[in-house]
Design a protein around this ligand. Structure first.
Ligand SMILES: *[C@@H]1O[C@H](CO)[C@@H](O)[C@H](O)[C@H]1NC(C)=O
Ligand SMILES: *[C@@H]1O[C@H](CO)[C@@H](O)[C@H](O)[C@H]1NC(C)=O
Length: 200
């Protein structure tokens, strides 16, 4: 199942000259939409969506057209182009619409929608073995593209307790882009809170 988290919509406006506009005014009382042809380009896979209860004419007129779409995978900046008769526009999809929070900053070396995921190896730790291990791995990557393996970033993890902090770090690597970071909570963190409840 595809997880349609980043729904995007873009309104494509075509510049039309005044004579065309005057001609169009006559039709403005009839519900209409601009019958443009449109396409997402520079994306490995992208889908136009139809809502189940789509108000088809919503935000549409003879001068504009609104269509939601979802970009599943792209290696470079995707664009949308649209044409209507002799008119043609092409616009890059704004970056903030493409990247989920937590995704790598777009750069030529990463595909879009890469993100670092975490898995906490033990969810309870004890004073006898004060060790937190977290597996980090890259999700959403294009598995055909191994050229980025050497350029994977480091991850840092922080743990806080009251005013104290400990850190762990590791370097994502290999074809799976994973690593495990470890940190050791301080022994005092296992004692009852030193701050009177209500004062922190
Ligand atoms: C969008 O651009 C592609 C590549 O330049 C072209 O083949 C296609 O016909 C264009 N589509 C529209 C709807 O203009
Ligand atoms: C319709 O257009 C208005 C004004 O531009 C915008 O605020 C609204 O989000 C649009 N609705 C959809 C479904 O695109």
């Amino acid at each position: 199942m595809l997880h349609l988290r980043a729904l995007q919509s873009i309104m494509v406006l075509l510049g039309a000259d005044c004579r065309v506009l005057e001609g169009l005014q006559r039709f403005s009382s009839i519900p209409t939409y601009l019958p443009v042809n449109y396409q997402v380009i520079n994306a490995e896979s992208a889908f136009f969506l139809k809502e189940a209860n789509q108000e088809f004419m919503r935000n549409s007129s003879l001068l504009s057209r609104t269509e939601p779409f979802f970009i599943y995978q792209a290696r470079s900046m995707p664009s949308v182009n649209a044409s209507y008769g002799p008119l043609f526009v092409e616009q890059p999809v704004p970056l903030e619409l493409i990247q989920n929070p937590g995704a790598f900053v777009a750069s030529s070396m990463f595909t879009f929608n890469w993100k670092v995921q975490t898995f906490i190896i033990q969810d309870r730790i004890y004073l006898s073995n004060p060790r937190v291990q977290v597996l980090f791995y890259v999700a959403g990557r294009d598995w055909d593209d191994y050229s980025t393996i050497d350029k994977l970033p480091c991850v840092r993890m922080f743990a806080f307790h009251e005013t104290q902090e400990v850190r762990g770090t590791c370097q994502l690597k290999g074809e799976l882009g994973l690593c495990a970071a470890e940190l050791e909570p301080l022994a005092s963190w296992f004692s009852p809170p030193s701050v009177v409840p209500g004062r922190q």
